[in-house]
Write a protein that binds this ligand. Structure first.
Ligand SMILES: [Zn+2]
Length: 704
């Protein structure tokens, strides 16, 4: 779930993790990594994961009124719901967001099944979605082919050792949507967004950085080691050799991952904006011939290159130059096998499935058809989105939300004008930036035309690879100048079928997806207090992302440029430090606290979002409260609705992973943490000094 600041650019799915420069509303680095294992984690059909959910949106029946809101507001607002929610066997967590995703998946599945009946024109969204589905569900054919379609790739991996061979291997994998050793992908130059650069990243490891070292992750390392060994045995290695190779692979991955940028570091331009020529980039990694890589990709060698992670690249070079070539080759073979496990037939599929299920501590896997729908949503994202919009998005809802965007934006403008701590030059620049935020609701003005991709009903792996090649070519064609800004096109984060909203600082725009414009985020005709403090707060969250500690580095047209006076910067820092201190004090598991620094941008946006939504609601009501409903005042319903949005529980390891990788605080902290900074919250529930929910006025962060 991502009320995200989506700086995520379109990349091969398997490499998204390396690049999370961004903060989605809900999506996480961990989510992105789950796409790492294989393009489609297909599993045998089992019982559906559809859940009995009760009201998905705001409801007083979700509250536990036996709890005093002054003691534990989150339990008061969400307690009954939480007590009745069980984490499904096939999931790592549950909450309003997860339930909406489940409901969405059923909608997408029904569209897909209809398309799968066939009879549609070649290249139409229905034909592509339908035939992709049929090929993915045809397990008999995948069993028949087995490892066959990968023979050439495995041979190439097993023979590559010279810089030219390693470059060719990388380019081939990139074109096929695989896991290259060095990954090249065009992106907007963050300091001059009229042009593009070729970003280079080191590829490789499959676990999260902390999972290679964290003592608490030993269980995951053991599972991973066992998984590698079993896959290698399946590919024909002896038991002894497979065990030996698995150890070497784990050790190499840990070595590669150790010096890499942490999630927080990876979005700091001071660390990542390393622009250089091909010769300069080559000096970092002589072990891979970058000239050959560019040649194979069809990229002009005069291109400007940005190396995102200098130490990561140097470490890859060191490993390639010092390890035996056999070790490197086994690492490459492993990346081919693991990246394609979902396409190779049942034995492979089952191993990947079991590993992932055990890793995530799930009792059972999702039914195969649901996993295939997930894969289609990630790959044929615009064709499936087109069908979704046509079936599930009334134009009236789009109009209503667009109108709400206007109210929230106006509220922010008024507050910037009267803001007591901004000095005049910074205020002027902030107003200019706000006036240029381009907010779009639902779906893009122009869809990406996927119709030229040949999607066949009997070629699962081929479909995946042709889509990957199409995406790469589309992106490379933009070099060196961006053709235009494209919207709603980041799979997982901003396509219309992603449950998300996202701010992108590089073009100062917000995408609010079709999928998020439904309960619990928006209910047509519902209580204004509820719709403002859910969807309105999401809009406010995204708007203020342009002004959080990350977004404020970018100016009104989306370039990294410091437009803050030193005085305004220092005022801003003092205020956000209060949030850091607050969240540093919250415990997520025994002995584990939330990191206030890691989650600062999102906490700032949550606070900004609910502040703007509450103020805009009261302005729309001309400060008169609506009649009480279910015994709750307008303001009380507003804050309860906000808390219910973040109803959340998760398995222990999921919490541990999110606490180390997610820019968002855990849901159960988002539900009440930001509210404690609002005077109106304390007034609404009568909190007093000494109450656990009380926060002394001097410690309340007052930012926007
Ligand atoms: Zn966000």
């Amino acid at each position: 779930m991502s009320i995200a600041i989506c700086q995520v650019r379109k990349l091969p799915l398997k490499t998204l993790t390396a690049l999370l420069l961004s903060t989605p509303l809900l999506a996480t680095a961990a989510d992105a990594n789950s796409a790492n294992l294989s393009p489609v984690i297909e599993r045998p059909t089992r019982a559906s994961s559809v859940l009995p959910v009760g009201p998905l949106g705001y409801s007083p029946s979700h509250m536990d009124k036996s709890v005093n809101p002054r003691n534990d507001f989150y339990a008061y607002a969400t307690g009954n719901w939480l007590n009745n929610l069980t984490i499904p066997d096939s999931e790592t967590d549950i909450g309003g967001f997860a339930l909406l995703k489940t409901a969405l998946k059923q909608q997408l599945l029904s569209i897909t099944l209809r398309a799968g009946q066939g009879g549609y024109a070649k290249g139409s969204p229905e034909q592509q979605v339908g035939d992709y589905y049929r090929a993915a569900m045809n397990t008999a054919r995948q069993d028949l082919l087995g490892l066959g379609p990968l023979k050439a790739d495995l041979m190439q991996a097993g023979a590559a050792s010279s810089p030219v061979e390693l470059a060719r291997f990388s380019a081939d994998q990139l074109k096929k949507g695989g896991a290259p050793l060095v990954l090249g992908w065009p992106m907007t130059d963050i300091k001059d967004n009229t042009r593009m650069v070729l970003m280079l990243f080191p590829g490789g490891p499959q676990l999260e950085q902390t999972q290679y070292t964290d003592p608490a992750a030993q269980r995951i390392r053991d599972l991973y080691l066992d998984y590698i060994a079993r896959m290698l045995r399946q590919s024909g290695e002896s038991e002894e050799l497979a065990a030996q190779h698995a150890k070497a692979i784990l050790a190499m991955e840990a070595e590669l991952m150790a010096p890499r940028l942490t999630p927080l570091q990876s979005r700091d331009p001071a660390r990542t904006y390393n622009i250089m020529s091909l010769a300069e980039a080559q000096a970092l990694i002589p072990a891979v011939d970058l000239g050959e890589l560019l040649k194979q990709m069809g990229v002009d060698p005069a291109v400007r290159i940005q190396v995102q992670d200098l130490e990561g690249m140097k470490t890859l070079n060191r490993l390639l130059s010092t390890r035996h070539k056999e070790d490197v080759q086994i690492l490459l073979r492993w990346s081919v096998l693991s990246g394609n496990a979902g396409f190779l037939g049942q034995p492979w599929f089952d191993m990947a499935d079991e590993y992932q299920r055990k890793r995530d501590q799930l009792v059972r896997s999702e039914p195969r058809e649901e996993q295939v729908v997930d894969a289609i949503a990630m790959q044929l994202y615009h064709p499936l989105s087109q069908l979704y919009v046509k079936n599930y998005f009334p134009e009236s809802t789009r109009r209503e939300v667009t109108e709400m965007v206007g109210h929230i934006r106006q509220e922010f403008e008024l507050r910037l004008r009267s803001n007591p701590w901004l000095d005049e030059p910074t205020r002027k620049a902030a107003l200019e930036k706000l006036s240029r935020v381009d907010i779009q609701v639902g779906y893009p003005k122009t869809w990406i035309d996927f119709s030229s991709i040949d999607i066949r009903a009997d070629d699962h792996l081929g479909n995946y690879q042709r889509i990957a090649a199409f995406n790469l070519k589309r992106e490379l064609d933009k070099l060196p100048l961006p053709a235009k800004v494209e919207r709603f096109n980041s799979p997982k984060y901003t396509t219309p079928i992603a449950v998300n909203a996202a701010y992108n600082p590089t073009y100062n725009g917000i995408d609010i997806t079709t999928a998020i414009v439904q309960p619990p985020f928006y209910t047509p005709g519902a209580d204004m207090a509820v719709n403002y403090c859910t969807m309105g707060a999401v809009i406010g969250h995204e708007l203020t992302h342009g002004f959080d500690s990350n977004g404020s580095r970018y100016d009104a047209i989306g370039n990294v440029r410091n437009w803050w006076t030193p005085q305004a910067s220092s005022e801003f820092k003092q205020r956000t430090q209060l949030l850091v201190n607050q969240f540093d004090g919250y415990t997520v598991l025994p002995g584990l606290v939330q990191s206030g620094n890691l989650t600062l941008t999102e906490n700032t946006a949550d606070l900004g979002g609910i502040t703007l939504a509450h103020a805009a609601l009261n302005r729309a009501l001309k400060a008169k409260q609506l009649p009480k409903v279910d015994g709750l005042t307008t303001d009380q319903r507003c804050f309860v609705a906000w808390a219910q949005l973040w109803t959340y529980k998760a398995r222990t390891e999921r919490i541990r992973l999110l606490a180390s990788t997610d820019f968002h605080a855990l849901g159960f902290l988002r539900g009440f943490g930001p509210l404690r900074n609002l005077d109106a919250f304390h007034l609404a529930f009568g909190t007093k000094p000494g109450d656990p929910m009380w926060l002394v006025p001097a410690k309340r962060a007052r930012i926007w």
